[in-house]
Design a protein around this ligand. Structure first.
Ligand SMILES: *[C@@H]1O[C@H](CO)[C@@H](O)[C@H](O)[C@H]1NC(C)=O
Ligand SMILES: *[C@@H]1O[C@H](CO)[C@@H](O)[C@H](O)[C@H]1NC(C)=O
Ligand SMILES: *[C@@H]1O[C@H](CO)[C@@H](O)[C@H](O)[C@H]1NC(C)=O
Ligand SMILES: *[C@@H]1O[C@H](CO)[C@@H](O)[C@H](O)[C@H]1NC(C)=O
Ligand SMILES: *[C@@H]1O[C@H](CO)[C@@H](O)[C@H](O)[C@H]1NC(C)=O
Length: 404
């Protein structure tokens, strides 16, 4: 290296230091020349954008372009938003807008930065209370009729970040839930640009089993979820249930017809002019139960017709007439009587024979006692006694043979 080149390098360094150093000197600032007007405290919901309008003034001869307006949360090191100005603004009013925050209390502050990392932190703070969303989704259901397509609509407020997820849940009567619609993208294309509510139209093909079940529209946001439940009312034709039955009970025919429908379907018994009958009916949970009682003689048929009607139409059923089990039980005692009647002659014979046996045993007993007495009385009468014995024995041998 030559001497001139060494000098030129030294000169360059000296010049550099002398020209730039003054710019980076941290000046003592007069805080009275800086001011900011903000709203001290605001409340918002966890789906809202946090908007903080402010009016800022600063010494324009000191804060030169480019400068930055910085929003920090809690500590100045925790910067949440920065705006860079390469030209001096004409308006002192501006607004900071940041994405939704979870429920809780938050504190924000403002800072100016210019030159060689020269900063001014405004002493004022903005306090934000974030609450749960106040609006639930709006869920509407068209009139539902079994076999006809219906439509569900679910609308939910959009969130600041627009990353909500809308889904529909179907809860059956057993309490089990299934997701019937989920919007995976978080928002639907049609309403992508809308600042308004988020809408979903979903076709539904209801059956009678959907009646009284619940549909829930759930809007899941970044920090919260809201939902609305609607209990479905599905209109359906009457269905005559197979618990319906007819029975002959002695002189009477009793028929029960059970029909399930929405609206509630009254039951009619189409009878030819009958003189004597009575009908009683009751209803619960879209089910009508009608009981008719009439003379079994008047209705000589194997079936009984039952008709059930509502505004959607009518359904009829021919209920088979069954012989009641009670009646078969009633026939049992008469059969037993018949049995006894048939057995009667035999019983008489057995009784008669038993009587005879008893009588003979008695006679033998008496005879043997006498014989003993006679033996003791005399030995001369022996021949006479033996004669008598044979006579008695003959009699005895004849008697049992009589019934045969
Ligand atoms: C300001 O400070 C940051 C670090 O805090 C540094 O990266 C940056 O270069 C500095 N800017 C200037 C102009 O000195
Ligand atoms: C349906 O919702 C209603 C009220 O919204 C509730 O009373 C009922 O228990 C729910 N039924 C089922 C099956 O979840
Ligand atoms: C009657 O109902 C029972 C139980 O619900 C079912 O198993 C049976 O098939 C039905 N009989 C009919 C419809 O005739
Ligand atoms: C018996 O039932 C048949 C068919 O269900 C019907 O046509 C007929 O009129 C009924 N007879 C009487 C006496 O009800
Ligand atoms: C019911 O009893 C009658 C006589 O009382 C008989 O004619 C009919 O066949 C019986 N029906 C059934 C299903 O047992």
């Amino acid at each position: 290296m030559t001497m001139p080149s060494i000098y030129s390098v030294i000169l360059w360094i000296v010049l550099n230091i002398s020209c730039c150093r003054p710019q980076c000197v941290t000046e003592t600032l007069n805080s009275a020349t800086f001011s900011i007007t903000v709203i001290d405290h605001t409340e918002m919901e966890s789906i809202d954008c946090i908007r903080m309008p402010y009016e800022m003034t600063f010494p324009r001869e000191k804060v030169l372009v480019p400068y930055k307006k910085i929003l920090f949360e809690g500590d100045p090191s925790n910067i949440v938003s920065t705006k860079v100005f390469s030209e001096m603004e004409s308006d002192t009013k501006d607004i900071f807008e940041i994405e939704e925050h979870p429920r809780g209390e938050f504190e924000f502050g403002f800072m100016l930065e210019w030159g060689c990392n020269q900063t001014y932190i405004f002493p004022q703070r903005v306090h934000i209370s974030v609450t749960a969303p106040s609006l639930n989704p709006y869920l509407s259901v068209s009139t539902l009729v079994e076999g006809q397509a219906g439509r569900l609509r679910c609308s939910a407020p959009r969130s600041c970040s627009r990353r909500e997820h809308i889904l529909l849940k179907w809860t059956k009567s057993d309490g089990q839930s299934t997701e019937i619609y989920g919007d995976e993208n978080g928002y639907d294309r049609q309403f992508n640009r809308s600042r308004h509510r988020h809408r979903q139209y979903i076709p539904i093909y209801p059956t009678a089993d959907y009646h009284n079940t619940n549909i829930t529209c759930v809007a899941k946001y970044k920090y919260d979820a809201v939902e609305t439940t609607v209990t479905l009312n599905v209109k359906f034709l009457p269905k005559i249930l197979n618990d319906s039955h007819c029975e002959v009970k002695g002189e009477l025919l009793v028929c029960v017809c059970i029909s399930w429908g929405n609206p509630l379907p009254p039951i009619i018994w189409p009878l030819k002019p009958l003189t004597d009958y009575s009908i009683s009916s009751s209803s619960t949970n879209q089910t009508v139960i009608s009981t008719i009682t009439l003379s079994a003689v008047e209705h000589q048929n194997t079936t009984m017709k039952c008709i059930s009607r509502n505004e959607l139409g009518q359904t009829e059923a021919d209920i088979l007439i069954q012989n009641s089990t009670e009646e078969t039980q009633l026939t049992y005692p008469s059969e037993e009587k018949k049995g006894i009647g048939r057995a009667l002659p035999w019983i008489t014979v057995v009784c008669f024979s038993l009587n005879l046996v008893l009588i003979t045993v008695l006679i033998i007993g008496i005879y043997q006692r006498r014989k003993m007495k006679q033996k003791k009385l005399s030995e001369e009468t022996n021949t006479y006694a033996s004669l008598r014995k044979t006579e008695v024995e003959d009699e005895y041998s004849i008697i049992p043979s009589q019934p045969n």
